[in-house]
Ligand binder design. Structure first.
Ligand SMILES: [Zn+2]
Length: 192
């Protein structure tokens, strides 16, 4: 799964907290950035040549808690702690739908495939590449609408209300896509 799809999923998870629980937009950015963390093991294996690490070293809840507690103790921030947890979970959930799957408690249960979750979606084939873009677009549209419409009451049974929803989805889509691109660039520029 692509970096930008993971960030889109992380932003979407963060927006749910923003919309329903009143979290700030800083939390959304945290979940978006944190959604990338598990794929550090991809870089370890394929860029830094540290051996067979992908979907093992970083894709489990132990590494998630290590990262979250490290963030908490360095910056003394509960928000950072939860942001890392939620972003991280969004990544593991998304990868669990792929063919390769996730060993959630790795290395526990690795040999007998316990706590292993996978599904049939492949994101690597040439024919599936379009799906990932569509999936990103849907997430941007929904998350963007929720971002812009929090606190606004919209009457869906009026023409004005329907137009408002359309505009908010459209503008929200653009805003979320920009944020996604910006976060992806930041991560890539940091050498990961
Ligand atoms: Zn991954």
């Amino acid at each position: 799964m692509k970096l930008r799809t993971h960030i889109a999923f992380g932003l979407f998870f963060g927006i749910l907290f923003y919309y329903f629980l009143g979290f700030g937009f800083d939390f959304v950015l945290l979940t978006g950035i944190s959604a990338f963390i598990p794929d550090i093991d991809w870089a370890m294996q394929f860029e830094w040549e540290m051996g067979n690490k992908h979907r093992k070293f970083g894709h489990n809840i132990w590494f998630m808690f290590i990262c979250a507690f490290t963030g908490y103790f360095i910056f003394n921030s509960v928000l950072l702690f939860f942001g890392i947890i939620i972003g991280f979970l969004s990544h593991l959930i998304a990868d669990s739908f792929t063919v390769m799957g996730v060993w959630w408690l790795y290395p526990y249960g690795f040999d007998e495939k316990k706590f292993y979750h996978n599904y049939k979606y492949s994101m690597t084939g040439e024919s599936q590449k379009g799906y990932e873009t569509i999936f990103q677009g849907i997430l941007f549209g929904i998350a963007g609408f929720m971002f812009l419409s929090r606190g606004i009451s919209i009457n869906l049974f009026s023409l004005e209300g329907i137009i408002t929803v359309g505009v908010l989805v459209f503008v929200g889509y653009i805003v979320m896509k920009k944020i996604d691109v910006m976060l992806a660039k930041t991560i890539r520029n940091s050498g990961l």
